[in-house]
Design a protein around this ligand. Structure first.
Ligand code: AKB
Length: 313
């Protein structure tokens, strides 16, 4: 039987890029993109799905005989703090709907993205291991930590093959993030290329784990392709790209834009960032499914600037 993929949250930062990569892999007819709103620019099959509505997910799964679901819809760390209870409801309800529809329809594989936001003060800040203590301080982090455990529960209890990665901040030129604490690391490149001043909501020395979009997408597909019995972590895998602080990105950018100006105005997102790891230990992902990042800060900066220069020309 053909692999038929449903991507929920396909208009988002990761979803919009992942969907195209999945189309390359499985062909355009075998990938169904979905989100709350139609994406006029999208080339391929698109369905409007509000993932809080289980029946709607069921309809699409039945109609296209879906075999894999990537559930990318969620409210992120900074945005989630505006409405904590609504964020919990949305992040959990959508996950339960996906897990239940997947169980009821014998879906082959499910992808659930987790995040470095699952870590809090109880975890070491440097080289944080997969199995560190989880006491997240944002509602987004709490929902991801709970989600990871539910992913494992569905695997152990029902044999549902749910796979998950804890993403660091994702940096790409193709799409914009929305509502995250790591978003500055994308916005800063847009401002540099537009030759505008950048106001940074984190302190200059705030080190956070980040990953280039191409690495993040490749990691996702590699994990989903890995043989089932090579996967021992059924909560979520740490993956690391690189770690850097705002002042380090600024100094890379200034190699190309020497007059680039930045003001540091830390806000509530500084509090969130200061509880997150500075760097991640991803030894299990490397050992079990061969994960290896390819891009460092210099590569990322060169590619971001080159691509955004073309975009804004
Ligand atoms: C956020 O900043 O909330 C996200 C994440 C690290 O999960 N980018």
């Amino acid at each position: 039987m053909d692999t038929k993929v449903l991507v929920i949250g396909a208009n988002g930062q990761l979803g919009s890029v992942l969907t195209k990569e999945l189309q390359k892999k499985y062909t355009i007819e075998n990938v169904i993109a979905s989100d709350l709103r139609q994406n006029e620019e999208y080339k391929g099959i698109f369905e409007i799905i509000d993932a809080t509505n289980k029946n709607r997910i069921q309809e699409v799964v039945e109609r296209y005989k879906i075999t894999q679901i990537y559930h990318l819809a969620a409210i992120l760390s900074a945005k989630g703090e505006e409405t904590p209870l609504a964020t919990w409801d949305i992040n959990m309800k959508t996950l339960f709907n996906v897990l239940e529809v997947s169980r009821e329809n014998n879906i082959d594989k499910v992808f659930f993205p987790s995040s470095i936001a699952v870590f809090g003060e109880g975890a070491p800040l440097d080289n944080t291991p997969d199995n560190a203590y989880l006491n997240p301080a944002t509602v987004y982090g709490i929902s991801k930590a709970a989600g990871e455990n539910w992913a494992q529960y569905y695997f152990l209890r029902y044999g549902l093959d749910v796979r998950s990665i804890r993403y660091p901040g994702v940096i790409g030129y193709q799409s914009l993030p929305g509502g995250g604490t790591t978003d500055y690391a994308v916005d800063i490149y847009h401002k540099a290329v537009l030759e505008e001043e950048f106001e940074c909501f984190l302190k200059q020395d705030t080190m956070l784990p980040m990953i280039f979009m191409d690495d993040a997408i490749r990691a996702t597909i590699e994990l989903m392709e890995a043989p089932k019995d090579s996967i021992t972590v059924r909560t979520s895998y740490n993956i690391a790209g690189i770690s850097f602080s705002p002042e380090e990105v600024v100094s890379e950018i200034r190699k190309l834009y020497p007059d680039f100006k930045v003001n540091y105005k830390p806000d509530f997102r500084q509090e969130i960032a200061s509880r997150w790891p500075k760097s991640i230990d991803d030894a299990s992902a490397k050992k079990e499914w061969g994960w290896q990042p390819r891009y460092d800060l210099k590569d990322i900066t060169e590619i971001m600037i080159e691509k955004l220069q073309k975009k804004y020309k």
